[in-house]
Design a protein around this ligand. Structure first.
Ligand SMILES: NC(=O)c1ccc[n+]([C@@H]2O[C@H](COP(=O)([O-])OP(=O)(O)OC[C@H]3O[C@@H](n4cnc5c(N)ncnc54)[C@H](OP(=O)(O)O)[C@@H]3O)[C@@H](O)[C@H]2O)c1
Length: 301
């Protein structure tokens, strides 16, 4: 399998990428998307040393910038003729204040959702060419609401609201993609939302204020966290399983309990088709990219 992981230099993305690189006699090719050249290089060296898989690589893309997203799309399209899987994972967690990107977006909204919306639509053609059955796994959690009148959170901002708005947007996006592929498309691609069942001990711990770090450390001793490697072990099968199994999960919101995947009940607002369409249209408008809009139009035709 050839799998692209966004945010593969730390946390859940790194855990999944590393486990994938180690599986099945190191046969999987893993490409990580990251914003730092040094960190990208160090991560690949670590993967090579620890897994002996020499088919891992990195691509640079700062998701706060649409120009970077467009550049990396061109790079991926020129280097790769197909992809079997994508893990839509990269995300900002804690932030002390609202950050506005050069594209005029709230950083949580753009990094965690909108840039990856653009990336996803522009890579669907590569997933359609997968002989193993293309699939996208979205890293999501169950809470969240869309602030329809203040999506960029200029009037009222909070980092948790920002995280959760992006989560619910990703869940609506995957539902819409599932619907489009199920109804109109001859080629099968699956779209799965996965929520990790426990909190993962990630790089976030190094970024949060001291009091939160102390609380997290206490919780760690109480066994409230799992490692990124454990998270990778749980999630990796979603990228390697056969197409039939992956298609059965398409459009579902799943998690992990008692050593198996379970389906969670999706929120009424997330499955509301009118709201999904509204978000889709607004997202395309915010991307302001002719090619992305053309792809969206051809999917809906
Ligand atoms: N930790 C949990 O328990 C948990 C549970 C459920 C869901 N999540 C979600 O999982 C996702 C990953 O979080 P995590 O906990 O694994 O955090 P993390 O350790 O901080 O990893 C986040 C990853 O996203 C990348 N990233 C951040 N901003 C970026 C940007 N502008 N451009 C490109 N890449 C960027 C980071 O790159 P750098 O390495 O350069 O920082 C890193 O690789 C988030 O959406 C989070 O909300 C986390």
């Amino acid at each position: 399998m050839k799998i692209l992981v966004t945010g593969g230099t730390n946390g859940m993305g790194k855990g999944v990428a590393k486990v994938l690189a180690s599986l099945d006699n190191q046969e999987h090719e893993v490409i990580i998307l990251c914003r730092s050249h040094e960190l990208g290089e160090a991560t690949i060296r670590e993967f090579e040393a620890d897994t002996k898989n020499m088919k891992t690589s990195f691509l640079i893309c700062d998701l706060t910038k649409f120009r970077d997203v467009k550049k990396v799309i061109t790079e991926i399209q020129s280097k790769h003729h197909y992809l079997d899987g994508i893990f839509i994972n990269a995300g900002i967690g804690y932030a002390a204040k609202r950050i506005e990107t050069e594209d005029g977006m709230d950083a949580h909204f753009q990094v965690n959702y909108l840039s990856q919306f653009m990336l996803t639509l522009n890579l669907l053609n590569l997933l359609e060419k997968s002989e193993m059955g293309g699939r996208i796994v979205f890293n999501v959690t169950e809470r969240g609401e869309i602030f329809w009148d203040d999506m960029q959170m200029k009037n009222k901002w909070g980092f948790e609201d920002g995280i959760h708005q992006a989560m619910v947007a990703k869940r609506m996006f995957l539902q819409k993609l599932h619907r489009l592929y199920q109804n109109n498309h001859k080629v099968k691609v699956s779209f799965v939302g996965f929520q990790i069942h426990e909190v993962v001990w990630t790089n976030q711990i190094n970024l949060v204020p001291k009091y939160m770090k102390i609380m997290a450390t206490l919780m760690k001793f109480l066994g409230k966290f799992i490692t990124t490697e454990k998270c990778g072990e749980i999630m990796a099968p979603l990228f390697c399983e056969n197409q039939e199994k992956s298609m059965e999960r398409s459009g579902k919101f799943i998690s992990w309990r008692k050593n198996s995947f379970i389906t969670l009940k999706e929120d009424e607002k997330v499955v509301d088709r009118e709201l999904q369409d509204r978000l889709w249209d607004m997202s395309l408008e915010l991307c302001g990219d002719h090619k992305t809009s053309q792809i969206a139009q051809s999917l809906s035709a």
